[in-house]
Design a protein around this ligand. Structure first.
Ligand code: PHE
Length: 339
């Protein structure tokens, strides 16, 4: 066999091997076999010089071309292998065991507040917001709570500096809202309030209220009763009964406390309702004309009602939570029960 024929054979051999699936190790093997120091083709190239003159040119050319072709092809194959390897690494292995996601839930107080908000929004109320750091004017004076009046004791307050204080109820937002808009007003105002109470199972220095305000021409006490019994039915169940008892607040006249039939015992009397069958749920009343005067509303033209409820108390009744401090400790064993 002539050397030229031998070169053609090597070419065929190479093609046969290159056509197969190959690993990185296999590729190295081919490189040694076809291009290495001891490779046949390398030997041929080395011996071209000693060939008879008439074969030298063609054989040399063929050997050189084959060597270049093999080297290019091997390089190409190497690149393809690297590319495949990269793609394999990026691919998601669906057989791998997953990492269980354990999604959190809104805080129980947030859940209860969201429900309260949703019910009032469904009745046409908008949600308003106001400052937690307040002046005496908004927290007291505009609400007809005079500076030196004993009714202020009911709203024991954290004072900050000068005139500033932490609001002791959300009623301050009523004043901002009335100052900033004209009737009709139909809004609820959820938020944090602060009172320097000693912390125990039913007291916290910070808690949440949802305030409500409706002002227009011809708003009557029956509108207040209808709105609140509608709310209580949606919040606590449609069989829940509502009643109003006379009470006193400086900013409403007449004032009332609103009770619902006990949601624990259904009204028969139990430990939670102290055998009365009723649970006090919020304060309410018709906006005092003196408050309208403070915000520049014509008390002859407009009437309105306001109410305020404690979110913690409602959440404790709904879920049977006996200690208010659970809400603020952020113990995952407690919070995890509200999924
Ligand atoms: N601000 C009162 C409180 O904190 C609740 C209230 C609001 C009462 C509106 C009447 C009208 O106790």
């Amino acid at each position: 066999m002539s050397v030229l024929d031998r070169i053609k054979e090597i070419d065929k051999e190479f093609e046969a091997e290159a056509g197969k699936d190959i690993t990185a190790a296999g590729l190295d093997g081919m490189r040694v076999k076809f291009l290495g120091r001891k490779a046949e083709l390398t030997g041929i190239l080395r011996s071209v010089a000693s060939l008879p003159a008439d074969q030298k040119k063609d054989t040399g050319k063929a050997a050189n071309m084959l060597q270049r072709k093999i080297s290019e092809r091997l390089e190409e194959m190497g690149k393809r292998l690297a590319e495949e390897k990269r793609r394999d690494r990026d691919e998601i292995d669906v057989t791998m065991p997953g990492i269980a996601a354990s999604p959190g839930v809104p805080h129980p107080l947030t859940q209860v507040m969201d429900r309260i908000n949703d019910i009032f929004v469904s009745m046409g109320f908008i949600i308003a917001d106001g400052p937690e750091i307040e002046t005496e004017f908004y927290n007291f004076e505009a609400l007809n709570i005079p500076l030196d009046h004993p009714s202020r004791d009911a709203f024991d307050t954290f004072y900050i500096e000068g005139e500033h204080l932490l609001r002791s109820h959300t009623s301050n937002v009523q004043i901002h809202l009335m100052q900033n808009t004209r009737p009709p007003i139909q809004a609820i105002m959820p938020g944090r309030v602060y009172r320097p109470d000693a912390v125990d199972a039913s007291h916290s220095f910070m808690f949440h209220q949802v305030e409500g305000l409706m002002v227009d021409k011809g708003i009557r006490f029956s509108d207040l009763k209808g709105t609140l019994s509608g709310f209580c039915g949606a919040m606590f169940g449609k069989d829940t009964k509502t009643r109003v008892r006379p009470h006193f607040f400086p900013f409403t006249e007449p004032s009332a406390e609103v009770d619902i039939s006990c949601i624990i015992c259904g009204g028969k009397g139990c430990r939670v309702c102290k055998s009365s069958g009723w649970l006090e749920i919020m304060g309410a009343g018709m906006v005092d004309p003196l408050v309208f005067e403070k915000v520049g509303y014509d008390a002859e033209k407009y009437t309105g009602f306001a109410f305020g409820m404690g979110v913690e108390r409602i959440a404790m009744l709904l879920y049977g939570i006996e200690d208010i401090r659970f809400f603020y400790e952020n113990d995952i064993r407690f919070l995890g029960q509200f999924k």
